[in-house]
Design a protein around this ligand. Structure first.
Ligand SMILES: *Cc1c(COP(=O)(O)O)cnc(C)c1O
Length: 405
């Protein structure tokens, strides 16, 4: 039998993506150095040159997470796989987990606990507010058999930051382990895994690390290794079982587990190297500095934030859409006319809120000014009364008042 001819409905050509400016909730812009790293020759995943680079990635990740944890490596999969990996390894049927939920990602954690046979005790806070440690302590007193506390450090759906240090202290006080989502915080705001005593932590490559999506940096304390070793039941996922994965990422012998995404790992290596070159403190200060300028620009446009000032994430700015403005049309025009992507609101915030990301490479003065000017032009064009040039002027004033280190 002959093969069928290939007759696509429309002609297929080489795919050239347009050059965007990504200022939404992730992915952020990938730095040219990182894109370039991905285009280098593919190596075998057991090639000694490659495995040497894997060790460097682990070292760079320990710096980014501020930890000495031996078990620190990138999972082949997006942040959601990092999340699932923590839950699937640490939960056995019947285990009680307190999950703090103040946005989309806390909700997903509850789903994870239940799918792995655990019992989730939800501690709910309003969207846009941080996790309330008092509510967590009340739940701990009511549920003394709790094994794990899970929370999101930086809620990307709202832009609220929770006090990870205090929540970890609470966990220790009640002899619980912790699972912490730092997908949006890593590289953007302080994380100190060892100092805060975090047991399991996961992140993502495409937010403040400005690497393409698809990898999830994770780190586990020795307590987690012990816990997994002493499980009564097998981990319900072959791919994510950390004890099996360690034969590839953890031991010098390195046996095949799965084919590591080599070129994607070159990119992560490059972005972590850039973070180390810049220095964590400087990166955190840069994210804050650009937030201050964007914030002052928004104020000049009469726009207000969803989150109270002291809980705001500098890398994720949720602001209310001005009254009477068609928010979808603004986003459409930003993309069509300026090739600029921003984020829409999720859940209760859909249609009411925009999310502006200032993550990694997207956290830069030129992008802040570009974004404010574009937004101001469109809003003015759509009939909103704004003083032309005021937003960028306010941002410039902020930069002058807060020079970088
Ligand atoms: C983006 C994000 C995730 C999920 O990461 P993916 O790479 O999209 O799977 C999880 N948690 C938070 C807080 C996030 O912002």
């Amino acid at each position: 039998m002959n093969t069928e001819d290939f007759r696509p409905e429309k002609e297929i050509k080489v795919f050239y993506p347009p050059q965007r400016v990504l200022m939404g909730p992730g992915p952020s812009d990938t730095h040219p150095r990182v894109l370039n790293a991905m285009a280098r020759p593919t190596l075998g995943h057991l090639d000694p040159v490659f495995t040497e680079m894997m060790e460097e990635i682990k070292g760079l990740m320990r710096y980014a997470f501020q930890t000495k944890n031996r078990m620190t490596f990138p999972v082949s999969g997006p942040g959601s796989v990092g999340m699932e990996m923590c839950f699937v390894n640490m939960i056995e049927p019947g285990d009680k987990v307190i999950v703090c939920s103040n946005g989309v990602f806390g909700g997903r954690m509850i789903e994870n606990v239940e799918r792995h046979g655990g019992v989730a005790v939800a501690v709910m806070d309003k969207w846009g507010e941080p996790v309330d440690p008092q509510k967590v302590e009340d739940a701990l007193k009511k549920n003394p058999d709790t094994k794990i506390i899970a929370f999101v450090h930086a809620e990307t759906s709202t832009g609220a930051s929770s006090d990870a240090k205090t929540l970890c202290e609470l966990a220790h006080k009640y002899d619980c382990m912790t699972i912490v989502d730092t997908v949006t915080s890593l590289g953007g705001t302080p994380i100190k895994v060892d100092e805060w005593g975090i047991d399991a932590i996961y992140s993502g490559s495409q937010k403040c690390l400005s690497c393409p999506p698809g990898l999830s940096p994770v780190s586990f304390s020795d307590r987690v290794t012990e816990l997994v070793k002493n499980r009564k039941t097998k981990v319900h996922s072959w791919f994510m079982d950390i004890s099996l994965l360690l034969n590839y990422w953890g031991s010098a012998a390195r046996t095949y587990h799965h084919t590591a995404p080599t070129n994607a790992l070159y990119a992560l290596h490059e972005s972590l190297l850039m973070l180390a070159e810049e220095g964590l403190e400087h990166s955190w200060a840069r994210h804050r500095n650009n937030y201050e300028a964007l914030k002052d620009g928004f104020a000049a446009l009469g726009m207000s934030y969803v989150v109270a000032e002291q809980y705001r994430l500098p890398q994720l700015n949720s602001v209310f859409v001005p009254a009477g403005v068609d928010e979808k049309e603004v986003r459409r025009r930003l993309l069509a006319e300026y090739s600029l992507e921003i984020g829409a609101g999720l859940g209760d915030f859909a249609g009411k809120v925009w999310r502006f990301g200032l993550m990694g490479t997207s956290s830069r003065i030129d992008k802040v000014i570009f974004c404010l000017n574009a937004l101001e032009t469109i809003l003015s064009d759509m009939g909103l009364e704004v003083e032309r040039g005021a937003a960028a002027a306010a941002a410039h004033k902020s930069y002058a008042a807060n020079p970088m280190l």
